[in-house]
Design a protein around this ligand. Sequence first.
Ligand code: AMP
Ligand code: GLY
Length: 438
Amino acid sequence: MAKVLIIGSGGREHALGWKLAQSPHVEEVIYAPGNGGTEVEEKGRNVKISKSSSQSFRDIAELIASESIDLTIVGPEDPLANGIVDYLNGKGYNRVFGPTMAPAKLEADKFYSYQIMEELGIQQAQSEFCYSTTEAIIAITRMATSKGIVIKARGLAAGKGVVVCDSNNQALEEIVKHTLKFGEDVLIAERLFGQEFSVFGISDGNQVYPIEISLQDHKPQLDGDKGPNTGGMGAYGPAPIASVDVVRDVAENIMTPVVQRMKERGEEYKGFLYAGMMMTKEGPKVIEFNVRFGDPECQPAMMMIKSDFYETLSLAMAGRLDEVDMEFNPGASCCVVMASVGYPGSYRKGLPIRGIEEVESVEGVKVFHAGTAQHKHEGLITSGGRVLGVTPYSPEGIKEARELAYSATDVIQIASSTSYRGTVFHFRRDIASKALED
Ligand code: AMP
Ligand code: GLY
């Protein structure tokens, strides 16, 4: 029986651990540091690690040794970009799922990913690399277009490094503010139009095996895609904009060539790979690559996987993806994120969360936790911006999955807000609307 270690504390990590715990091969899932939901999850246990990056790497190495961990999965991008996999491999721990620092540049360095796609002729937004504000101003002026321009920070910026501008003038107004905040290296990109969707794959270094369910995120805070961008207010899959064939095509003709090119460069890519795509009039184009699962897309994705995910990941670790044949559930899954009021701006913490047991007693309903904590006296309380991912699965389809989601969010909102005597949560009412429009 195997022990799995999951690094991270969000809804994505809860969903990965929940799915892996279903495998008969898995004895225990340890979350470092985990959250209020992972702590009480079946086969789950939380372990504290240091908040400092270098000390946390040491803590994790010690944990792998003391707990005899069989498989470690790194959830978020920051430790990957900071070289956690290199560090653990250097200590002799090789069963760590995630790319090393060099291939993690696919997310951490937008110049690097643009260059690789350019070399391979992959469809993406036309962009120029700029190394100073002056170069960026020249590029914006030169990119004569009436359709708008996108400014992208070169490095990691927690989803805040991209400004989509309606005009060259707006881009010229934004550029100085942007470079002051995120540094002078920027991509000035052509603005693309179309529905976005996310494709996830598993890479063993040689090829990418797709999660065949396409997913759609909802980044803005408010209904109708209004308000500031957040980490993601909800997600569902499959997204009708991208069929299984489109997903397979992205994996075969975009993701696999990328990992093969990386291997040729001596930068072997093992781990989850995420392509943020846009369905344009000219077909699917890549917006960005990430070197991990998306959050909250991971939550409905895990609900849709039928196969033993531990077996899949073990084969991927061994470079044997050609033996994998994953099965997926029929129907759909819809995740509605319940966030603290005020998020992504400032918000209160420590508010009561009630009603989870009640909603989870309904068949198909699962609530993944993100910013939650178990308090000795108060029970479950809020401790972050995105608090819960209410993620039902329905074999019937997206309409039914979404109805289950909104019945559950209403129960949790009323029970929590009654206990607090104020409104505890904000959530969008229109998750998955694009799937239901015709
Ligand atoms: P990224 O961090 O690159 O995924 O960008 C964040 C968001 O900005 C994306 O999800 C898109 O909504 C938007 N975006 C990024 N690049 C473009 C582009 N070239 N055209 C239109 N929108 C874009
Ligand atoms: N859901 C978007 C992301 O994880 O980056």
